[in-house]
Design a binder for this molecule. Structure first.
Ligand code: ATP
Ligand code: MG
Length: 559
């Protein structure tokens, strides 16, 4: 877990060299981009890339573009484009007026492809996809193509006819003429255009040939004046091709590609394809299900932008792949909410508590602090009376060893912020289930402390007033996957799902100040955890809260 504490950023070091006197971009504004493919919602892995792209630009007083990578004509959806923008703004980043689509450059891509053909650096090949595999060669045998020496004029003519729609899918490809013997297979005359008679979500039916990502991406970067194209490690082997493209077509800029390791988190999957499968097969309620590692899911769960940015910063920018514990993400949220969340009382699994020596029909208000960490957050009033709700497990008819809470003739316990009480007994139904706990209170202990300074041996427990409390549904979540590594290659991730990742509690009792709670807001339910009103399902008539994270921290630094 060294990354969590060190957080060295080798990308910043490279950029510092590049913009220093004599560096390749001396005197230039640092310019990055974030290029999501709009085929799903952003997940926490994308946050790392966002923080690297936007954060690096911020650090160097530069710019960061937002570019939808919609080069591939399949799957793009307007819903995703809008959601991606919303999520990025929510995290606190802004692209200004620099919002682009990769497909806006299709005409330029085409012109540059023609330029390559004219220079003798690209040719139309007619190997079928199966043949292309056969002719690929291996580590010791170079690839071959019988079409490599096709005359320039012929390639130009065929490429124009490919564009005009004369040929069916896969009949021809345009290949860059680089090095059939290269040890890097990406350089063995890679395909840069293919025929696809497909509708494009923005270009309509204008095109039936589409550029490959490895050709289109460096051109997009170069045309936008990107200085540093920061991407994840799987593109490392594509860098020579990236450089070859910008060096061989007449683009005005030569961006530098730098790769970083993808973020992996245990007990979850970080791939839009897999997340989409969870949604489409109904394993979750949607992309924003609070168990999803998507930004919209985390937001609905109660994650704050600060907690996510802090998490990514502390994970750091590494060159080698790393998997971070989910518990560390929770740790970062807990740290943030501990500072900011209002403390309230809520009883999730209630049982009645009657204070038998408190007068019937009487009540009083206690003034309590909203957040002991932030006196500036003020105080509020909670009602106390003879009839209260407490957690069922704060009472035992028969105590077990070391049990310090309520049991008949047990130790004096403190009702948080109210009075000291002693349990005197309980009432059970015909099945022996406890339906009511009985206790007496010490009227001289208002506020929760004894007047004579005697030691209180029992626990402090939370409670709510029965008369004024409001009912709520509370959703408690645990890991979506039992398996620590459901994302591993070749694993059937759907078979790793935790069938008990959602527990729905109804009839929970909340103090009345929560009657008007609305998202976004976070509360600490004392002794229980951090909770937030559900942004979709909670209404004043039917309050619904999500548990964002429990109070118990399972993250062990240095483990
Ligand atoms: P997915 O497999 O989830 O679809 P992707 O890489 O295809 O991921 P893109 O929309 O292409 O998703 O990603 C946009 C940017 O986010 C890319 O630069 C990509 O490298 C980066 N990115 C995606 N996933 C991660 C991750 N887990 N960690 C760091 N960066 C990531
Ligand atoms: Mg992608």
């Amino acid at each position: 877990m060294a990354e969590i504490t060190e957080s060295k950023n080798f990308i910043h070091a490279f950029i510092e060299e590049d913009i220093a006197e004599g560096g390749r971009y001396a005197g230039q504004t640092v310019h990055t981009r974030f290029p999501p493919e709009p085929n799903g919602y952003l997940h926490i892995g994308h946050c790392k890339a966002l923080i690297i792209d936007f954060g690096t630009a911020e650090k160097f007083g530069g710019l960061c573009n937002l570019r939808m990578d919609d080069t591939n004509p399949t799957k793009e959806d307007v819903e995703f484009v809008e959601a991606i923008k919303e999520d990025i703004h929510w995290l606190g980043f802004d692209w200004g007026d620099r919002f682009y689509y990769g497909s806006d450059y299709f005409e330029k891509d085409y012109e540059f492809a023609v330029e390559l053909i004219k220079k003798g650096l690209a040719y139309v090949c007619e190997l079928t996809p199966e043949q292309a595999k056969e002719y690929r060669g291996d580590l010791t045998t170079p690839a071959t193509s019988p079409w490599r020496d096709r005359p320039i004029e012929e390639s130009l003519d065929l490429f124009a006819r490919m564009r005009a729609g004369e040929f069916e899918d896969n009949k021809y490809t345009l290949r860059a003429k680089i090095d059939l013997a290269s040890g890097n297979f990406n350089m063995r005359d890679p395909v840069i255009y293919r025929i696809r008679h497909m509708h494009h979500h923005r270009q309509g039916d204008q095109w039936c040939i589409y550029p490959m990502y490895d050709f289109a991406h460096p051109i997009q970067d170069a045309l936008e004046g990107i200085t540093h194209s920061l991407c994840s490690l799987e593109f490392e082997n594509h860098r020579p091709l990236y450089n070859w493209v910008v060096e061989n077509v007449s683009v005005p800029h030569h961006p530098r590609q730098i790769e970083f390791a993808r973020l992996g988190i245990d007990h979850t999957v970080l791939s839009k394809r897999k997340l989409r499968a969870l949604v489409e097969n109904g394993y979750v309620s949607g992309w924003d299900d609070p168990r999803m590692p998507t930004l919209c899911g985390l937001r609905r769960r109660g994650y704050t932008p600060a907690s996510i940015r802090n998490f990514c910063d502390r994970v750091g920018v590494a060159k080698s792949p790393n998997t971070i514990e989910y518990a560390f993400l929770e740790h970062c949220l807990r740290e943030d909410l501990n500072e900011t969340a209002q403390r309230v009382m809520a009883v999730l699994k209630p049982v009645k508590l009657t204070i038998t020596n408190y007068p019937e029909g009487q009540s009083e208000t206690m003034v309590v602090e909203n957040n002991p960490n932030r006196p500036e957050d003020g105080t509020r009033e909670v009602t106390f009376s003879r009839n209260l709700w407490i957690e069922a497990d704060d009472f035992l008819a028969q105590p077990i060893p070391k049990y310090k809470r309520l049991y008949p003739d047990g130790p004096e316990c403190r009702l948080k912020g109210a009075y000291l009480i002693k349990c005197t007994g309980c009432v059970t139904d015909e099945n022996g289930n406890v339906v009511e706990v009985l206790a007496t209170y010490d009227p001289a202990s208002r506020g929760g402390d004894p007047a004579d300074g005697r030691k209180v041996k029992g626990a402090t427990i939370h409670w709510v007033d029965a008369e004024t409390s409001v009912d709520a549904e509370v959703r408690q979540y645990s890991n979506l996957f039992d398996d620590p590594d459901p994302d591993a290659a070749g694993k059937d991730f759907l078979s790793c799902l935790n069938p008990n990742s959602l527990e729905v509690l109804t009839g929970c009792k909340l103090e009345k100040s929560l009657a008007s709670a609305k998202a976004p807001a976070s509360y600490q339910f004392m002794r229980l955890g951090y909770f937030c009103p559900d942004s979709k399902d909670s209404t004043p008539d039917h309050l619904v809260f999500n548990r964002s994270v429990s109070l118990k921290d399972s993250f062990k630094p240095g483990k």
